[in-house]
Design a protein around this ligand. Structure first.
Ligand code: NI
Length: 396
């Protein structure tokens, strides 16, 4: 284990250089050709079998160890966010309106580091490691496409991913069994009334107060019909209607997000919101059309995988493990992998050493920065999860 830490430390300058190069040239969505090319270039000449295409620029590199046993998958995401960067870093984004504000640049660099570490130990590996470099995590379902493309068939026996967390203690590794992150679906409601003159609302059907009533009724639905032990968050983030002060519009539009922590609650909330919106509109003589766009499912971590991850962290970095009391209501498309393969995602604290992590800018902030030295820990942890799983399975 100490050898692994030393080897990862030695790779840190290369990981930092790769991360900075990716950071300066961020790419969006399912197609990240420059980032994918950098990954291949960083791993050229190593004994990896590559699979790619056709729906994304995602890559799966497979390392076959000396013995023919279990298979474990390690995943890193590669895509950035459509937002400006205001960090002032010397390697800040050179692409206007695109920033690696979710740390996926560091995830890619850490996974490349882990691949190099594990290629160096190939003869001792008791099985096969798959390195999944996926684009399109930020709402584009990249993992779902790669699964559908058959890039990770036959399915591995376990899957792990790390996500950096800038507002968490330096080097801390957090996780929990069960739901870790929420499902995230979009709701759109069109309230259809009857347009008219603003001075004569009795001759029209004004969709604006009806839309407002639906927004507040949604919150009543959440507090009165959703059990606190299986919760939901419903936020209407946008209301749009009308053009000026003296016209009653024909329609009003609501747009929002729904977060839940179970498949059952996810379905029940969709059903309930539809009923509430349609019922309130009908009560006022209007109609509501309700549409849902399914986002990522709930990210559920296997209890054995979390216990195994905890033991691995404690063996490698004593004192670094932190059990998370609660899930986070964000969403993550590693959930698609965890629907099919037992495994876990862990959070890695990347605040500056000694800094007050509570003050650090969070993920998706235009000022998000991370302490790159923690990437050595991330690469070592990836590699240790793989070697230990291949040796013992979840029973460590
Ligand atoms: Ni992310």
């Amino acid at each position: 284990m100490q050898d692994l830490i030393a080897a990862a430390d030695a790779l840190l300058p290369d990981m930092v250089a790769l991360r900075r190069a990716i950071h300066a040239e961020p790419e969006l969505g399912l197609f990240t050709p420059r980032t994918s090319a950098r990954v291949r270039e960083a791993l050229v000449g190593l004994p990896l079998e590559w699979r790619d295409g056709p729906s994304t620029t995602g890559l799966v590199a497979t390392l076959r160890g000396g013995a023919n046993g279990r298979t474990v998958l390690l995943r890193g995401d590669m895509d950035a966010l459509p937002m400006p960067e205001d960090t002032g870093l010397p390697f800040a984004s050179q692409v206007e309106g695109v920033m690696h504000a979710c740390g996926h640049d560091s995830h890619t660099a850490m996974l490349v580091g882990a691949a190099r570490l594990l290629c160096g130990m190939r003869e001792q590996l008791a099985g096969t490691v798959m390195f999944m470099f996926q684009p399109g995590e930020e709402g584009h379902h990249g993992a779902r496409f790669m699964l559908a493309d058959g890039l990770i068939d036959p399915l591995p026996d376990a899957a792990f991913a790390l996500h950096v967390m800038p507002n968490a203690p330096h080097g801390r590794v957090g996780g929990r069994a069960g739901p870790l992150l929420a499902s995230a679906d979009m709701i759109e409601v069109t309230v259809r009334g009857k347009g008219g003159h603003a001075s004569m609302p009795h001759d029209a059907v004004d969709p604006v107060p009806i839309a407002c009533a639906i927004v507040t009724a949604f919150q009543t639905f959440v507090t009165r019909e959703v059990p606190v032990a299986d919760p939901a968050v419903v936020t209407i983030g946008r209301i749009q209607a009308g053009t000026t002060n003296n016209v009653i519009a024909e329609t009003a539009e609501l747009l929002g997000t729904i977060r839940t922590l179970s498949a059952h609650r996810r379905a029940a909330v969709q059903q309930g919101l539809r009923r509430v919106a349609e019922g309130i509109a009908a009560a006022h003589g209007a109609r509501a059309e309700v549409r849902f766009t399914e986002g990522f499912p709930v990210t559920v971590c296997d209890a054995r995988a979390v216990a195994f991850g905890r033991a691995t962290v404690e063996a490698l970095f004593p004192g670094a493990w932190q059990e998370m009391a609660q899930p986070v209501m964000g969403a993550e498309d590693f959930s698609y992998v965890l629907e099919k393969v037992p495994g876990a995602m862990f959070f890695l604290g990347v605040s500056e050493e000694g800094a007050d992590w509570r003050q650090c800018c969070p993920l998706h902030s235009n000022r998000m920065v991370l302490d790159e030295r923690v990437m050595a820990r991330g690469a070592a942890l990836h590699a240790a999860l793989a070697t230990r799983f291949l040796e013992t399975g979840f029973a460590s």
